[in-house]
Design a binder for this molecule. Sequence first.
Ligand code: UDP
Length: 353
Amino acid sequence: MRVATVLGNRPQFVKASAVSRQLRTRHEEILIHTGQHHDADLSTVFFEELELPPPEHELRVAGASNSSQLARMLRKLAPLLAKLHPDAVLVYGDTNSTLAGALGAADLGIPLVHVEAGMRSFDRAMPEERNRVLTDQLASLLLCSSERAAAQLHKEQAPGEVVVVGDVMVDVALATRERVAALGESVLRQFGLRSGEYLLATAHRAGNVDDREHLSAFVDLLENLDRPVLLPLHPRTRTRLRQHGLLARAKRAALLAAPLGYLEFATLLHHARAVLTDSGGVQKEAYLARVPCVTLRGETEWTETVATGWNTLVGLDGAAARAALAKPAPSAHPHLYGDGRAAERVVAAIAQH
Ligand code: UDP
C-alpha cells in the first residue's frame, strides 16, 4: 500500500515517529509536511531526535489566521494528492494540517485514516475541537487511544470503522525512556533546577494566550506560585506576551526558555514536582510519568487523567491552581492509553481495512 501521511506540527511529529517506523516495514509511506510548524525548535529537532524520516514533500504553509492557513494548505495539498493518488491518507490529532489532509482525501475519494480519533473537549470555540469533529466525520478508519473515544464515535454514529489501538504517544514515551533517564542530571544542571523542586509550565492554546485579559491572568497565576517555574515558551505565546506588554512580568514570574526538544522536555517533565499546562499531549505524558498535572483549561479531552486524580482542571484560576498543587499525588496509577504497541496496531488496522 502507498500511504500519504499529512502532518505539520510538533505533537504530530512525535506521534508520526512511532507510526512511520512500523508503517515503512510493510508499506510505502510518503510524508507531506504542511509547514504549519517549520522552524528548528518546533520541527527539525523532532525529526532528528525521534528519527522521523525527512518529508518527501514540504508545502511551506505557515502563519496567517486559522481559516486562511487552511485554505492555503488545501490549495497546495489538493493537486499534490491528486498527482500521488495514494491508497490512503493518514492524519493525526486535531490541527489545520489534520483537517487539510482530511478534506484533500475526501475530495479525491481516497480512504482517510485518523489517528487519535474520537477525542472531544465539547468546546466548539476551540479550533482543535472543530478539526477533530470534522475529520472524524470524513475518516473511513478511526483509530482511538481509548475505549471512551471509541464509545464517543459510536454515539456520534461516525461513518468509519472504529478500532481502539491505544495511544501512539505512549509508544514514544516508552521507547525513549532510557535516553530520557540518562539525560537527567545534565539537563537539570543546565537549567539550574533540582529534581522534584520546580514546576514545569507550558501554554499556547489560543483561548489562553491570544487576548490580553487571559494572558495577563496566566502571568498572574505564575507570579503567585511558591516554587520556581520553568516555562519553555511556544513562539505564539512569546509573540503575544511581547504584543501585550507582558513579557517583562513573565520573565520575573518564571524562568523562560525556548521551546525544548522532545528528550529535554521529557527529562524536565519527569523531574518536575508538577506540571501546569494547556497542552493535550503534555497532560497525557505527565500521567505516564506519574507527575501531577494542573490543566489550565476548563475541560479536557483526556478525562481519564482527571478521573484518576492525577490531573486537575483549573482554567486560569490561580487559587484553584495553588490548591491543586497542594494536594498529594494519588497512590493508585491505573494503566491508561495502551501498552506502547499502538503503532503496531495502527499498521495492522490499516492493512486489514
Ligand atoms: N513538547 C516538547 N517541547 C516543549 C513543549 C512540548 O517537546 O517545549 C512536546 C511534548 O512532550 C509533547 C508535545 O510536544 O510530546 C505536545 O505538543 P503541544 O503541547 O504543542 O501540542 P498539543 O499536545 O497541545 O496538541
